[in-house]
Write a protein that binds this ligand. Structure first.
Ligand SMILES: Nc1ncnc2c1ncn2[C@@H]1O[C@H](COP(=O)(O)OP(=O)(O)OP(=O)(O)O)[C@@H](O)[C@H]1O
Length: 275
C-alpha cells in the first residue's frame, strides 16, 4: 500500500473527490417518467481512474452531467471534494466524443484557451500547452488548425486541452475516442495512459468498449439498466501499461462482458445492489 495522496498544503487528502449519496433522477417522457438513476451511491477517491460501462440507457451520461453541474438530481446529492455541486466549474475538465475545438484557433491556441480564461500569464500558458501537447504526441503540429487534423489528432487536442487546466483535479470523459477506428483508438488510449501516469488526476471515463475500460481503469463500474443503478464494481490491479494479450486481461474482459449481457437481458425488476 502506498501513502495516501497529499495535497498542496501537505495534508493527507481524506475527503473523496466525488461522493454520490442516494442519487435519483427521472426524465419526463411521452409515456410518463423515466427513472434514469436510482439510489446511486458512489465514492471516488483521489487519483482514481474510474471507468463506467453498461448497457445503453443505464444512466452513465446522466451521472456525468450531474457531476459536470449541468443537471441537478431530483433526490440525493453529489459532493465534489466535500461540497455540493452547484454548477459547472474550472475544477472539472470535460472531454466529449465530438471534440468541440475552435476552428479559428490553432492547436496550441485551442489548448491555451482555458488557461487564458483563468488569466494564466501568456508565457506560462504557452509553456504548459506545449508540455501537454508533447505528451500526447502533437508537439510538432501546434500551429495547424483543427480542419488540418485527423479525427484521432482532434481527440488528442481535446484531451490535452482538458489536461492543461491545472485547476481541474477531476477529468470527465464521455466516450472521447468512440468515433475513432480501433487501431488509432489503442494509440489514443496509450497517450491517455502516459498523460495520466505523468500527472495523476481523478478521471471518470464513460465507454461502451470493455477492452478500453480494462486497459485504462483502476476500477470499473458496470451499471444496470431500468432503472439505471449500480451493478457491480471490478478492480483492475495489473500495472500499466497493460498487456491486452495476457490471460488475466482476457479473463476480466470476459467476466464483465458476460455480466453486462446478463444485466441487459434481465427483466426490469428493481433490485438494488450493494456497492
Ligand atoms: N434529456 C432527456 N430527456 C428525456 N429522457 C432522457 C434524457 N436524457 C436521457 N434520457 C433517458 O434517460 C435514460 C438514461 O440516459 P443516459 O443518456 O444517461 O444513458 P447512457 O447509459 O449514457 O446511454 P448511452 O450508453 O446510450 O449513451 C435513457 O432511458 C434515456 O433515454
Amino acid at each position: 500500500m502506498g501513502q495516501p495522496p497529499i495535497n498542496s498544503t501537505g495534508e493527507a487528502r481524506t475527503i473523496p473527490v466525488i461522493e454520490a449519496r442516494g442519487v435519483d433522477h427521472y426524465y419526463e417522457g411521452q409515456g410518463g417518467w423515466n427513472h434514469a438513476l436510482s439510489n446511486l451511491n458512489l465514492t471516488i477517491p483521489h487519483e482514481e481512474f474510474l471507468c463506467i460501462v453498461g448497457p445503453s440507457g443505464c444512466g452513465k451520461s446522466t451521472f456525468l452531467k450531474i457531476v459536470m453541474g449541468l443537471l441537478k438530481p431530483m433526490r440525493g446529492q453529489v459532493l465534489l471534494e466535500g461540497k455540493p455541486i452547484e454548477g459547472p466549474g474550472t475544477d472539472r475538465g470535460v472531454v466529449f466524443q465530438e471534440p468541440a475545438l475552435f476552428a479559428w484557433r490553432t492547436v496550441i491556441e485551442n489548448v491555451e484557451f482555458g488557461l487564458q480564461m483563468q488569466k494564466v500569464p501568456k508565457a506560462e500558458a504557452r509553456r504548459r500547452a506545449q508540455e501537454v501537447l508533447d505528451v500526447v504526441g502533437l508537439g510538432h503540429v501546434t500551429d495547424l488548425y483543427p480542419y488540418q487534423l485527423s479525427g484521432g489528432m482532434r481527440a488528442r487536442v481535446a484531451v490535452a486541452r482538458a489536461w492543461a487546466l491545472r485547476s481541474a483535479n477531476l477529468l470527465l470523459m464521455d466516450e472521447p475516442f468512440a468515433a475513432i477506428d480501433a487501431i488509432n483508438r489503442m494509440a489514443l488510449q496509450d497517450y491517455l495512459v502516459d498523460t495520466w501516469m505523468k500527472d495523476r488526476r481523478t478521471v471518470i471515463y464513460i465507454t461502451h468498449d470493455i477492452d478500453e475500460a480494462v486497459y485504462l481503469g483502476d476500477r470499473i463500474l458496470l451499471m444496470r439498466p431500468s432503472p439505471g443503478r449500480i451493478g457491480r464494481f471490478f478492480e483492475v490491479n495489473a500495472p500499466r501499461p497493460r498487456d491486452r494479450s495476457s490471460a488475466e486481461f482476457a479473463e476480466l474482459k470476459g467476466l464483465i462482458t458476460e455480466e453486462m449481457h446478463r444485466f441487459s437481458s434481465e427483466n426490469t425488476s428493481i433490485q438494488e445492489d450493494a456497492a
